[in-house]
Design a protein around this ligand. Structure first.
Ligand code: NAD
Length: 297
């Protein structure tokens, strides 16, 4: 297939590599010349503009920072594709409202579009093991799925336009809340003189069990592969978690959903970010809370 990939950053660049490996032709575009050069060095075509990238494309994939970038780039995409009508896939993590708005504009122009945000991070993008959470029609999902398989492992149809972004916002809000909960458990255990490994052994087979505990323990020690054992090098950066918590709160406020723990998680990650920890893995919340003192009663 001829694929246009717009946004060749930490995620888009390795996703393009996997598309090239699968035998597709990939015309990439990014505002950063260094990213364009890296794409060309990987065997892709460095396009000179969005219009140049999408010319002759069967599919257009965007991997951009936020909703405003996606909305702006889609103005160019929809103005450039003409009668060709490629399949459109936005894999950026953006707000549900913009995802639905852009999908409606694509549909009005006669094109199928999926919102297809990913989980798995840069490691998953490099390994081609991303999870894609897709929102759009059955026909759009069926058309995009084989290509998404070249970049990921689990490709899930979540529902209509915006459902992929909704799933991503819910998942990451749940993850942030559970990560803070696990971190607080270890902070308290340390203060009570309870051995971390003992707490891990007990809670990982008891009702305190969660992915944040067993796969990604925020306290150094019990899970050797976790970022907590490499000074919280990401992984999944706390700044990105803060972004996703903001998207979840935006969606909750528009939908009228009560999410008090999500709101509080956002405040904690905001404070952590303000303290200069945004570039560290989001499990650094353990170290952040451990450094805090509470007045003893
Ligand atoms: P990034 O900042 O590394 O890459 C974004 C790229 O988009 C940059 O290279 C930038 O130059 C380019 N760009 C911005 N505006 C553009 C425009 N108008 N035209 C062309 N290119 C433009 O970000 P990333 O880490 O690759 O993340 C991309 C998306 O994936 C984000 O929405 C992020 O939330 C999401 N995501 C990231 C991770 C992760 O671990 N990095 C994990 C899951 C999801």
């Amino acid at each position: 297939m001829n694929i246009a990939l717009i946004g060749l950053g930490n995620m888009g660049l390795p996703m393009a590599v996997n598309l090239l490996k699968a035998g597709h032709k990939v015309a990439g575009f990014d505002l950063a010349p260094a990213n364009l050069a890296a794409h060309a060095a990987n065997g892709g075509r460095a396009a000179t503009s969005v219009a140049d990238a999408v010319a002759g494309a069967d599919m257009v994939v965007t991997m951009l920072p936020a909703g405003r970038h996606v909305a702006a780039v889609y103005v160019d995409i929809l103005a450039s594709v003409g009668a060709a009508r490629p399949m459109l896939v936005d894999s950026s993590t953006i707000d549900v409202a913009t995802a639905r708005d852009v999908a409606a504009k694509a549909a009005a122009a006669g094109m199928e579009m999926l919102d297809a945000p990913v989980s798995g991070g840069v490691g998953g993008a490099v390994a081609g093991t991303l999870t894609f959470m897709c929102g759009g029609t059955e026909a759009g999902f069926a058309a995009a799925q084989p290509v998404l398989k070249d970049m990921g492992r689990n490709i899930i149809h979540a529902g209509n336009a915006g459902a992929g972004q909704a799933a991503k916002a819910c998942n990451n809000m749940m993850l942030a809340i559970s990560m803070i909960g696990v971190a607080e458990g270890f902070v308290l255990a340390d203060k009570l003189g309870l051995d971390r490994q003992k707490l891990f052994d007990i809670t990982s087979t008891a009702t305190g069990q969660s992915w944040a505990l067993t796969s990604y323990c925020p306290a150094p020690g019990p899970v050797p592969a976790a970022p907590s054992n490499r000074d919280y090098a990401p992984g999944f950066a706390a700044a990105l978690m803060l972004k996703d918590l903001g998207l979840a709160q935006e969606a909750a406020s528009q939908a009228g959903a009560a999410t008090p723990m999500g709101a509080h998680a956002l405040r904690i990650y905001q404070a952590l970010n303000d303290a200069g920890e945004g570039g560290n893995d989001f499990s650094v919340v353990f170290r952040y809370l451990a450094a805090m003192q509470r007045e003893a009663a």
